[in-house]
Structures are given as structure tokens and as C-alpha cells.
Write a protein that binds this ligand. Structure first.
Ligand code: 48N
Length: 325
């Protein structure tokens, strides 16, 4: 049978998808178009030509090659980002939004993201109380369109079908930027400061350690940290979790910043005030997202993320406006 034009189109698209997707697509097409897709059809051949499972074999490798492939790159990154232009603490919705905007706007800047968890996302892998859909109030829809994400437009707000779709898309686009590096499973356990003759201090970088090490300083002998020097820190460590609001708490502990606690939930007040007040809270330290509520006692907003996204965007702009980067 001559190969109908649509089979040619499908075949070319089949080359774009991986095998499991090919199989799924073929099954769908078989259901839709009947026996055109039997095992002898050109499209079926396109799939089976990819892998002959009987003779399938990976190329050989030695274990140490894998180890060297990882460690060589990881330690080269640590060396490269030991002096960063910007360090973003926390890879939740605010931190990743800040990293994306900054990394895209200034490809000349070296941006290190330090995330305590193995996984990024913070509170944004779910929309709220284990529900998956994610609500963002307008005008945060502009950022969702920037990411090329589909959403349902409900007038004053939009809904992304799964919060994980948002945060993984944001993460993948951010990490694809050549000047952004994520150090996950790594936490900021202290800050680097400089104090001038008049006794005024400013932040000059972060003190880091593997998160699991940081969590066991009380039951292990001294496990010294690593450091990253940078001109500015954007702290987005949230209000929740074992290290929430880390930088605000650390500065408050030293009497360098007044700590106010997060207010009760008021969605309208919370989102406006968090975005409006995203700013430098201490010389060298910009605070964004829910960590700010622990600094200025803003209300919490509950399961809506527009303020997190736009607070991250504003923090990126503050970093460019306030500092000579
Ligand atoms: O998602 P979070 O917690 O923080 P934000 O500010 O990006 O987003 C907050 C948002 O998820 C909400 O809380 C929503 C809107 N709920 C509001 C409400 O009313 O309940 O992300 C912070 C990230 C996490 O991934 C932490 O693991 C990480 O920061 N983190 C740290 N990473 C490195 N070093 C640290 N010291 C540290 N502390 C926290």
C-alpha cells in the first residue's frame, strides 16, 4: 500500500518521541485508524526499528568512569560558583522565579541556588492541602504565559492543572540557563558578613553544608562548612519546614534584624503586601516569598501562589536595581 501522507507525518513525529510514547501513540492510532498500523505498517516498523530487544545492549562502562563524570563536574561547579554574583537561598516558587528572571535578564551573572531538600519546589508541588490544582491570581498569569504553560482562565484568577507541572517547568527552564547552578541537598547554615569601621555590617555570602550534616551538628563532632562569596543574597526560605525563614531568624538571633511572626490568613492582604514589600531587608540581603512574612508579619495567603511568583520576580529586579551587579 502507498504510505498515506498522514502516516509519513506520524512517522516523522515518532522520531521526536521516546519509545514508550511511541508505543502509546501507535496504540491510539491503531484504535483510531484500524489495521493500517498492523505490525507490517511503515509506522510500526518505525517503532520496532528503534530497539531490537533481543539483541539490545548498552555500551560498556567502568563504574569509576561514572564516578569521575559526576565528581569532576560537581567540584568544578563548586570551584566556579565559590565566587557568585547572586546566591538564591531556597528553590521554592519564589526562589526559582527569582532565579529564572535574573538568569534570563543577565546571562553574564553567576547565580547559585542553594536548596536544602534533595527535591526543589518547597510548598509548590501541591496546590494546597494535598490538592494538585494550583491557583494564581492575576496578574501572575503573565508569568505563567512566559513559561508557556497551559491554564484555565477563571476571570480574576487562573488554574494550572497541577502545581508540580508549574514548578517542574519553572525548574527545568531555570536550570537550562547556562549561568544558573542548583546545589540541592545543600543548606545555608550561616551567613558571611563584613563589618566596617563604624560597626555597620553587610552580608557577603553564605555558609553551606550538606543538609544532612547541618541537621546533625548537635549529635556529631564538629563538621565544618563550605562557603560561597556573593554580592547579594536573595533569601526565599519560606515560613515552613525545618529551616523556614532561615536568614531572617539568623539575623534576628544576632539582633541585626527585628523578627515579627507571620500573620493569620488573609489572602487579599497577604499577597499584595508580600509583593509590595519584597526588598532588601538588610545590607546585601533581599527577602522574598513567605520568608518575608516572618520578617514583617504579613498575613499568610494560604493555597494561592501569585504572590510567590511575583515576589520572586520583584526580588530579581531589586537585585539589579540596588546592587552594582
Ligand atoms: O515554598 P517555600 O517554602 O517558600 P516560598 O516562599 O518560595 O513559597 C511559599 C509557598 O510555598 C507557601 O508557603 C504557600 C503560598 N502557602 C502559604 C500559606 O499561607 O501557608 O520554599 C522554600 C525552600 C524550600 O524548598 C526549603 O527546602 C528551602 O527553601 N530552604 C532552604 N534551602 C537552603 N538553605 C536553607 N537554610 C533553607 N531553608 C529553607
Amino acid at each position: 500500500l502507498p504510505v498515506p501522507a498522514w502516516a509519513e507525518i506520524i512517522r516523522s513525529e515518532l522520531d521526536l518521541v521516546n519509545t514508550s510514547e511511541k508505543k502509546m501513540l501507535l496504540a491510539k492510532l491503531s484504535l483510531k485508524h484500524g489495521n493500517h498500523f498492523n505490525s507490517k505498517s511503515p509506522v510500526a516498523k518505525a517503532i520496532s526499528s528503534v530497539y531490537d530487544w533481543d539483541t539490545f545492549k548498552f555500551a560498556p562502562i567502568r563504574e569509576s568512569t561514572v564516578s569521575r563524570a559526576m565528581t569532576k563536574r560537581y567540584f568544578a561547579d563548586l570551584d566556579n560558583y565559590a565566587e557568585s554574583d547572586v546566591v538564591i537561598v531556597g528553590a521554592g516558587s519564589a526562589g526559582l522565579s527569582a532565579a529564572y528572571v535574573l538568569g534570563k535578564a543577565r546571562p553574564d551573572l553567576k547565580i547559585a541556588i542553594i536548596e536544602a531538600n534533595v527535591a526543589v519546589g518547597g510548598g509548590c508541588f501541591l496546590g494546597g492541602q494535598l490538592f494538585s490544582a494550583m491557583v494564581l491570581r492575576k496578574p501572575a498569569d503573565t508569568f505563567i504565559r512566559e513559561l508557556g504553560l497551559e491554564y484555565e482562565d477563571e476571570g480574576d484568577y487562573i488554574v494550572v492543572k497541577h502545581a508540580a507541572l508549574f514548578i517542574t517547568t519553572l525548574c527545568s527552564k531555570t536550570l537550562a540557563l547556562p549561568n544558573v547552578k542548583l546545589f540541592n541537598a545543600t543548606c545555608v547554615e550561616d551567613l558571611i558578613t563584613r563589618t566596617d569601621e563604624s560597626g555597620d555590617s553587610r552580608i557577603a555570602g553564605v555558609v553551606t553544608n550538606w543538609t544532612l550534616v547541618s541537621m546533625h551538628h548537635d549529635d556529631q563532632s564538629c563538621m565544618d562548612p563550605n562557603t560561597i562569596n556573593s554580592k547579594v543574597i536573595i533569601s526565599c526560605t519560606g515560613h515552613d519546614g525545618p529551616m523556614g525563614a532561615f536568614c531572617v531568624k539568623r539575623l534576628a538571633e544576632l539582633g541585626l534584624l527585628k523578627r515579627n511572626h507571620m500573620g493569620c490568613l488573609d489572602m487579599n492582604r497577604a499577597e499584595d503586601s508580600i509583593v509590595k514589600n519584597t526588598r532588601e531587608v538588610f545590607p546585601g540581603l533581599i527577602c522574598a516569598g513567605m520568608e518575608l512574612s516572618e520578617c514583617d508579619s504579613h498575613n499568610r495567603m494560604g493555597p494561592t501562589f501569585g504572590a510567590m511568583v511575583l515576589s520572586g520576580v520583584k526580588a530579581a529586579e531589586e537585585a539589579l536595581n540596588v546592587y552594582d551587579l
